[in-house]
Design a protein around this ligand. Structure first.
Ligand SMILES: Cc1cc2nc3c(=O)[nH]c(=O)nc-3n(C[C@H](O)[C@H](O)[C@H](O)COP(=O)(O)OP(=O)(O)OC[C@H]3O[C@@H](n4cnc5c(N)ncnc54)[C@H](O)[C@@H]3O)c2cc1C
Length: 384
């Protein structure tokens, strides 16, 4: 057993951290609050090869795995720049296409996903189906060589920045979902987008999407076959959970770093407030939760990169659960130890709250992970 990163992973971590810190949380907040996007940071990350670390080298990527992409997510977040689009574009979009796309799809999309010039959203959630993917009703019907998609999706992130999205749709009736995945342009005819008002400080917005007979050509179908849909969808889920978890832990590290320096310098009773155990212990507790979650993320990413998908599935769910709980505790504690300053924009911790809180709901809620663990690890019967 080895808990060390390789020298390459360590240099990646340091380099990404340096990039993130050059922009920092004030940049992230300013862009997010003014309806802007973190374009410069994204473009630089793309140019330096960080966004494409997990994409095969033959398509312009770094040839690494989800371990490397998780490092990128964590370090940018630890610098105060948690980017949700890293999760949907390289982690889901690029992984699905690299593993299950046709050669033409790989050649068309992977190089620009690798250098960051293309962003891709991911659309599975529907208003009626919620956590129950078997109830998805968005339907793709074949019409000659084309596919025609009708239905609704909700909470879809980053549509305002992404020219394409991966859409999960049914191709037939039936109780069990037999999904197919399509690459759909976000300006397609028949697609209506409506932005949701969210209480999250982030450059990515969430959208309600209405597909009214949206027509795409046959080559939009991932893998060129409806049979490719289920394995393609599953190949994206573990990277999604692992990178969300890494982003959460990076955010938690950022909050704890801010809090630690604040309590070491703030003095109310003639000594730093960090010397009071009532202040220091909650921070220490959060730091332990964060480190435990980081270990689980490393395990999940290692298993995933080793192709041990079943074990990776369990570890990725546990890592995502542990991370979102730890990140929520860390950010909440960081706010508390800042007193009133904790609620200001200037001190840059309350601005993290919406993001980490959403991490307990998306992309899979803590309750659905507990269901998964109860069934698949503890052998309990399913209640739903
Ligand atoms: C910020 C944000 C970004 C998002 N981005 C995307 C995106 O890019 N693409 C995308 O497709 N989706 C996205 N989502 C949607 C997200 O994946 C869903 O919100 C999530 O899967 C939960 O589904 P729901 O909101 O329909 O909740 P519901 O399914 O309605 O659940 C409501 C509550 O009931 C609980 N619950 C439901 N069923 C059970 C059960 N059987 N046992 C115990 N508890 C249960 C849930 O845990 C939850 O607490 C995003 C959501 C947010 C908040």
């Amino acid at each position: 057993m080895n808990f060390d990163y390789t020298p390459e992973q360590q240099s990646l971590r340091e380099a990404v951290s340096a990039l993130g810190r050059r922009y920092g949380h004030a940049y992230f907040v300013q862009k997010s609050k003014t309806g802007g996007h973190t374009e410069q940071l994204w473009a630089e990350g793309g140019k330096l090869g960080y966004l494409g670390v997990s994409i095969p080298t033959e398509y312009g990527g770094g040839g690494g795995g989800i371990t490397e992409l998780a490092i990128v997510c964590e370090e940018l977040a630890a610098a105060g720049c948690p980017l949700l689009l890293l999760v949907v574009s390289p982690a889901i979009g690029a992984t699905v296409i690299a593993k299950h796309g046709t050669t033409a799809q790989k050649e068309r999309f992977l190089p620009s996903l690798a250098d960051g010039s293309l962003k891709m959203s991911f659309a599975i959630t529907e208003p009626e189906a919620g956590s129950n993917a078997h109830r998805l009703t968005t339907m793709a019907r074949q019409d000659g060589d084309d596919w025609v998609i009708s239905g609704r999706k909700c909470f879809i992130s980053g549509i305002e920045q992404a020219p394409y999205m991966l859409v999960v749709a049914r191709t037939g009736e039936g109780k069990r979902l037999n999904p197919a995945l399509f690459v759909v342009p976000t300006d397609a005819e028949g697609l209506t987008k409506s932005q949701l008002d969210m209480e999250i400080v982030a450059p990515e917005k969430q959208w309600l999407l209405y597909f009214d007979e949206v027509r795409v050509s046959g080559d939009a179908l991932i893998g060129g076959s409806t049979e490719a849909g289920l394995p393609a969808l599953f190949s994206g889920l573990n990277p999604e959970r692992i990178t969300v978890a890494a982003t959460g832990i990076g955010t938690a590290r950022y909050a704890l770093e801010r809090a630690s320096s604040y309590v070491a310098s703030r003095s109310v009773w003639g000594r730093p407030i960090g010397s009071h155990q009532g202040v220091a212990h909650p921070l220490a507790h959060a730091a332990i939760q964060v480190e435990l979650a980081r270990l689980m993320i490393t395990k999940a990413a290692t298993l995933y990169d080793a192709g041990r998908d079943v074990e990776a599935g369990i570890a990725a769910n546990m890592a995502k659960y542990a991370s979102s709980e730890a990140a929520t505790v860390a950010v909440d504690t960081a706010i508390q130890v800042h007193g009133g300053n904790g609620m200001t924009t200037e001190y840059g911790v309350a601005t993290l709250l919406g993001g980490v809180r959403a991490g307990r709901i998306a992309p899979v809620s803590r309750e659905m992970i507990l269901n998964f663990v109860a069934q698949h690890v503890l052998g309990q019967e399913k209640s739903y």
